[in-house]
Structure formats: C-alpha cells, structure tokens
Design a protein around this ligand. Structure first.
Ligand code: FAD
Ligand code: UDP
Length: 372
C-alpha cells in the first residue's frame, strides 16, 4: 500500500517524492514511462566523457535562494554563465540583443545614436521586450526595433513555434528582451550554476530513500488498477489525464541531433542561434556548459517539430497563447473537481516553467497543499 503514486520522475515528481518521504515518512511509488529518472533534465556521459543533455541544453539559473538551498542538499555546483551568439548578416552578435550587439552591426555613428536613444528612453540596465520596443514612436528606435524584430525574432520564432512573435503570449519573446547594457550573459539571475556531477546524479540522490520505489518503462495507466495507493500526483500532460475530453492541448516538440565532433571546440560559446537560415534554431556545445575537458567535443542541433498525438515525438513546450490558455482553464476546472489528485508540472500546469520555477512550485505544493 502506497500513500502516493507519482506519475513522472522529472523535477516535479522527484521533488514531491523526496519531500513526502523524508519529511512526512510517506510511502511513494514514482513511475515514469521513460527508461530513466530526471525527465527532460536527464543527462549522461557520452563516449568522450562529456556530460550531454539528452533532451536539449538545460542551464540552471534562478533568483531563488530557497530553490538553490533545497537542491544543494543533493548536488554540488559549478559556476556557469551562459553566453549566446546569433548569426545575423554573417556576423555573430550577442543575444539578448544589447549595446554590444548594436556596435557589432552598425557603423559607429549610428550605433552611438541608438545607444543614446535607448539609454535616454529606457535607462541603462533596463530590459525591454521586443513587442514593446516596436510600439515606440521615436524614429531611430523604431528603425532599430524593426531590425531586431526582423533579424533576431521573426525567423527564429516562426521555426520554433510556427507562429509569428505577436501570435504568441508576449511573455514568450519577453524571455529574451532587448537589454540596454554591455552585459553579454544570457541570464542575469543571482544564481547561475550547473550541478557538478550532472542532473541525473542529483535526481538519484533525491530519490534514494527507503520509502521511494521507482518504476521505469511504465505508463502509470498500466498499473493504476494493480497497485494500491491513496493519492496521485500527476506531472504529465493534463489533457492526457482527462482523456482529451475537451480536445487536445497543443504542444511543440524538438528533435535533437547530438553529434560527437573530432576537434577540441566546435564554436565560440555555449549556444549559437540561427534566426534566419537553416531548419534548426540553435546549436549547443555541451562542454562549455557542463565543464569537461576533452580533445573531442559534443554538440546538439535543435530542430523544432509539430507535436502530434500517437507520433514518436515528446511534447516539450506548452504553446502560450490565448485560446490554448482558455482550453487549459477548462481542464483546470476539471482538475479542481477531482479529489486525491494533485497536478504539478510544466505539462500538468500547461506553463512554460524553467527548472527553478517547477522546483519552487513543487515545494510550494508540498508546504501549502499537502503538509497543512
Ligand atoms: P518533465 O521533466 O517533462 O517530467 C515529466 C515526466 O513525466 C517525464 O519524464 C515523462 O516521461 C513522465 N510522464 C508523462 N506522462 C506519463 C505517464 N502517463 N506515465 C508515466 N510517466 C509519465 N529549464 C531551465 O531552467 N533552463 C534551461 O536551460 C531549460 N532548457 C530546456 C530546454 C528544452 C529543450 C526543454 C524542453 C526544456 C527546458 N527547460 C529548461 C525546462 C525544464 O525542462 C522543465 O522546467 C522541467 O523539466 C519540468 O519538469 P517536470 O517534472 O514538470 O516535467
Ligand atoms: N527568441 C528568438 N530569437 C532568439 C532567441 C529567442 O526569436 O535568438 C524567441 C523565440 O520565440 C523563443 C523565445 O524567444 O522561443 C524564448 O527563447 P528561450 O531561449 O528562452 O527559449 P527556450 O530556451 O525555452 O527554448
């Protein structure tokens, strides 16, 4: 007899399993249909001894001391500041687009003017979403905004989502704002760290407890009638849980072409974005991020794909836009009616969560809904 059946051994499921077992002595069975724990954060050492992220590069960054303190029980860290360049007109310029990007692209005279106008209008150090800066009436800034929209956002977003930037919830492109700064880092969070021995090792430590049984290669539906439990924590897609009764929620998928390259380095920084040409959106070189030294290197090329039910692809991204959020609200109403099931996860909540956000959400659920 288990207290909790947890469907999904990613961040959401593993944090809740760990808290329930260690803090409340609950008996847990955590089930994943994949052949490993860790969900999309799963990593492994490849033949070059490089730690590779199977489901795309996962860079940990947060402003939450609480989340860092919690995860630090299960891992040591290495510092890492992610850098991204985007190929624009044959040049590689810093992204988020910032003052340095301007000087790489425009003659000094124009660059000076753009810098002056940006600082005067928004202030040094400010972050301005592309969809907001496009609304400006200042003619110099309007020119710059259109240039950045056309060369950084339009093509990339069309590839990634099959939608134009303005067809998505503004929060999506606001993740990568125009940054009135000379700071070339992709993130400015207080804590920018990578787990020293990788995410998988961290998950192993989280789930290593006598009260936690792990069952892999299994869809929770296969065994739900066979084993006894009191409550479910569901971290998979919420529409799947309700048998798509209101219709399918849309998701985006990706295919990762992970390659081993016979040279010490492949590119200048962790990630290079290709907003304008090619079928792929970005190429990541793992050793920059995960910190190994090797005479070879390993990269992942990301090809965006449409997610279709009953295909082979994994639903990686909810697609934040009005009608999808409305459909999700109908599922949420159903979820609120079901007793003894807790929904928590990027797909269970249909929210574009980063890792720190889902850890915070799981800790919050534990503290507010379960513990009290
Ligand atoms: P998941 O990790 O998806 O775990 C859910 C688990 O549930 C999966 O293992 C799945 O197999 C299992 N499952 C689903 N349905 C069932 C079922 N019916 N039965 C059994 N098991 C089931 N975040 C960052 O902070 N930084 C990054 O750099 C970053 N990069 C990302 C890059 C990509 C390409 C993607 C897709 C995401 C990235 N993220 C990043 C987000 C991060 O992956 C998520 O925030 C996090 O993994 C969410 O955890 P989760 O537990 O909600 O979901
Ligand atoms: N984006 C873009 N060009 C870029 C980088 C990002 O248009 O060079 C847009 C695109 O719509 C992307 C979104 O900003 O999906 C969020 O980017 P982020 O790097 O946060 O995406 P993730 O790492 O979550 O895939």
């Amino acid at each position: 007899m288990f207290d909790y059946l947890i469907a999904g051994a990613g961040f959401a499921g593993s944090v809740l399993a760990e808290r329930l077992a260690t803090q409340l002595d609950k008996k847990i069975i955590i089930i994943d249909k994949r052949n490993h724990i860790g969900g999309n954060a799963y990593d492994y050492y490849d033949e070059n001894g490089i730690l590779v992220h199977k489901y795309g590069p996962h860079i940990f960054h947060t402003n939450s001391k609480k989340v860092v303190d919690y995860l630090s029980k299960f891992t040591e860290w290495i510092p890492y500041f992610h850098k991204v360049l985007a190929v624009v007109e044959g040049k590689k310029i810093p992204v988020p687009f910032n003052l340095n990007s301007i000087y790489e692209l425009f003659p000094q005279k124009y660059a000076n003017k753009f810098e002056e106008e940006l600082i005067k209008t928004f202030g040094y150090g400010q972050k301005v979403p592309i969809l907001k800066i496009r609304e400006t009436s200042n003619s110099e800034l309007k020119f710059l905004a259109e240039y950045v929209y056309d060369n950084i956002f339009y093509g990339y977003t069309l590839k990634q989502w099959e939608l134009k930037p303005e067809e998505l919830d503004p929060s999506v492109t606001a993740r990568v704002p125009i940054y009135v700064s000379r700071d070339n880092r992709y993130f400015q969070d207080t804590y920018q760290l990578m787990p020293k021995e990788g995410y998988t090792k961290m998950f192993e430590r989280m789930l290593s407890h006598k009260n936690i049984k792990i069952l892999l290669n299994t869809d929770y539906k296969e065994i739900i009638d066979i084993i006894k439990f009191n409550k479910i924590i569901f971290t998979g897609p919420i529409d799947e849980f309700f048998n798509y009764q209101f219709g399918e929620l849309p998701y985006r998928s990706l295919v990762f072409d992970i390659q081993s390259i016979n040279s010490e380095y492949y590119q200048e920084v962790g990630t290079i974005n290709y907003p304008n040409n090619n079928d792929y959106t970005r190429i990541t070189e793992f050793k920059y991020i995960t910190g190994q030294h090797s005479k070879n290197t390993s990269i992942a090329i990301e090809y965006p794909m449409r997610f279709e039910l009953n295909g082979n692809l994994i639903p990686y991204y909810p697609i934040p836009k009005k009608e999808n959020n409305e459909l999700y609200s109908r599922y949420l109403k159903e979820a609120e009616k079901v007793k003894n099931v807790i929904f928590c996860g990027r797909l269970a909540d249909y929210k574009y969560y980063n890792m720190d956000q889902i850890v915070a959400r799981a800790l919050n659920i534990f503290e507010k809904e379960i513990f009290l």
